[in-house]
Ligand binder design. Structure first.
Ligand code: AP5
Length: 222
């Protein structure tokens, strides 16, 4: 098996989306971003989006059955030759469902990439995060756009996400510690976890992850 089947784990604001944007190009992988897909459903007012909205705005996880169905469908449609999953799995139930679905097709996960940062940094990063409608990311202090308030790449106005208010960020952190941290143990016990310090600069984090994944891919090909 030489396909790369990867997941990105870490607290809100760890830099999963920032790294995914680079890694998907490095390895030619389809990017499946759970939060991005859910926000699209929300904006389009689909049944799933309506159901998910209250959980997301409250900083809670959307119920497993809704998210599992959505993501396994995406993996089947776009991830037949490898994938980069961001924001899934976020509960042990989701991790088990992914393993089972891959196993049914004779596949398995290559690695779980954990990007760690502490809670204080999460709050600084998320309060200052801005993004354009196409999802290009900026930070008012750490990565400002050239033209204040507008995307360097598409020129569209930048916005703050609905769930990037301090109170909701704190709720999202609490949800992460309670429900997603057990997923770290799940992958550690299975020897799949790779840890990275997300407090370094985006380029440093990227270089370290890319080098690790390149080695893993070589090993898969041997
Ligand atoms: P989701 O959209 O997945 O949000 P999240 O996991 O909370 O992660 P974020 O997107 O907030 O952060 P990130 O790690 O991608 O950081 P980023 O790169 O943007 O989920 C949203 C909601 O959807 C959830 O709360 C939940 O309700 C629901 N949901 C999603 N998945 C679910 C699931 N599986 N099950 C159930 N519900 C689910 O970076 C943040 C900022 O920091 C940016 O401004 C960036 O420019 C800056 N930055 C990044 N890296 C660095 C760096 N190294 N140094 C300095 N600044 C940096």
């Amino acid at each position: 098996m030489s396909e790369l089947n990867l997941i990105l784990l870490g607290p809100p604001g760890a830099g999963k989306g920032t790294q995914a944007e680079k890694l998907k190009d490095d390895f030619g992988l389809p990017y499946i971003g759970t939060g991005e897909l859910l926000r699209k459903h929300k904006e389009e007012g689909t049944e799933l989006g309506k159901e998910a909205a209250s959980y997301m705005d409250n900083g809670d996880l959307v119920p497993d059955d809704l998210v599992i169905r959505m993501i396994l469908h995406e993996v089947e449609e776009r991830g037949a030759d490898g994938f980069l999953l961001d924001g899934f799995p976020r509960s042990v139930g989701q991790a088990e469902a992914l393993d089972e679905a891959l196993g049914d097709n004779g596949r398995r996960l290559t690695a779980a990439v954990l990007i760690s940062v502490d809670d204080e940094l999460v709050i600084t990063r998320l309060e200052g995060r801005r993004q354009c409608p196409k999802g290009h990311l900026y930070h008012v202090e750490f990565d400002p756009p050239k033209n204040d308030g507008f995307c360097d790449q598409c020129g569209k106005p930048l916005r703050q996400r609905d769930d990037d208010k301090r109170e909701t960020i704190q709720k999202r952190l609490a949800t992460y510690h309670a429900k997603t941290e057990p997923v770290i143990d799940y992958y550690e016990e299975r020897g799949m976890l790779r840890r990275f310090d997300g407090s370094r600069s985006p380029d440093e984090v990227h270089d370290l992850i890319r080098a690790t994944l390149a080695t893993l891919r070589l090993e898969e090909r041997l």
